[in-house]
Design a protein around this ligand. Structure first.
Ligand SMILES: N[C@@H](CCC(=O)N[C@@H](CS)C(=O)NCC(=O)O)C(=O)O
Length: 227
């Protein structure tokens, strides 16, 4: 299997949506190779068809794009490995959690680190990233990130559902990590490799959970250089 993944100028992997898939592959114990790409390379990955995003997984002559579709594909293609997305209602609730991560975790983090992320990108990607993200957020990257020291407390408060879940076990999924953990952790990896800004207080249970996630699978995520 080949995972197409984004890299910045230092060749570190920063995509939050890829980190959830990387953790899923590690959870399942599936070997994979990585093809590093820049934003500017994405259109050349495929020949026609739907627009691809990162992550995209190449497996048995097929390209699977979108992190949720990739994990569903892995569950179906490798039935002897631990399943990450349950069928039926449980899977739908997990999808709801993905939406929460996208809005609250990714949305919150973007407003704290996106200018730093831009500065760390390969120079070939910076103009595209700035133009596309400024259009998306209707603000300059400088405006988006301004005043973050005063705003970080509101972001920390927004993570309260994670603290409530972590009162019941070391992981959001309980005693063992599951896809809910990888969904949220992807956002924190995105921040960790893109910006030195301190997102979490050290006495926060979310901080302790993030450390546990960094230690999983022989510290796979910790090996990625932090900004
Ligand atoms: N829903 C998709 C979102 C993927 C996505 O937006 N990926 C970003 C990188 S993290 C991307 O490929 N962006 C391409 C671009 O902005 O041109 C997933 O979870 O895989």
């Amino acid at each position: 299997m080949l995972l197409y993944d984004l890299v910045n100028a230092k060749r570190t992997h920063f995509s939050p949506n890829s980190w959830r898939v990387r953790m899923a592959l590690l959870h399942k114990g599936l070997p994979f190779e990585v093809r590093d790409v820049l934003f500017g390379d994405i259109p050349s990955i495929h020949s026609g068809g739907d627009k691809l995003t990162i992550p995209t997984l190449a497996h048995e002559g097929r390209l699977v794009t979108d992190s949720w579709a990739i994990v569903q594909h892995l569950d179906a293609a490798f039935p002897d490995t631990p399943r990450l997305i349950a069928a039926g209602a449980e899977g739908h609730v997990l999808k709801f959690f993905q939406y929460w991560v996208q809005n609250t975790v990714h949305g919150g983090i973007a407003r704290l680190i996106l200018r730093d992320l831009h500065d760390g990108l390969d120079p070939a990607d910076q103009a595209y990233f700035r133009a596309s993200r400024e259009k998306m957020y209707k603000q300059t990257l400088e405006e988006l990130q301004a005043g973050r020291e005063e705003r970080v407390d509101a972001f920390r408060k927004s993570l309260q559902p994670m603290r409530m879940a972590l009162a019941h076990g070391p992981f959001i999924s309980g005693e063992q990590p599951g896809y809910a953990d990888y969904l949220a952790f992807g956002g924190f990896m995105w921040a960790r490799v893109s910006s030195p800004f301190q997102l979490l207080a050290e006495d926060d249970v979310v901080h302790a959970w993030r450390e546990r996630c960094l230690d999983l699978y022989h510290g796979a995520a910790r090996q990625e250089a932090a900004a």
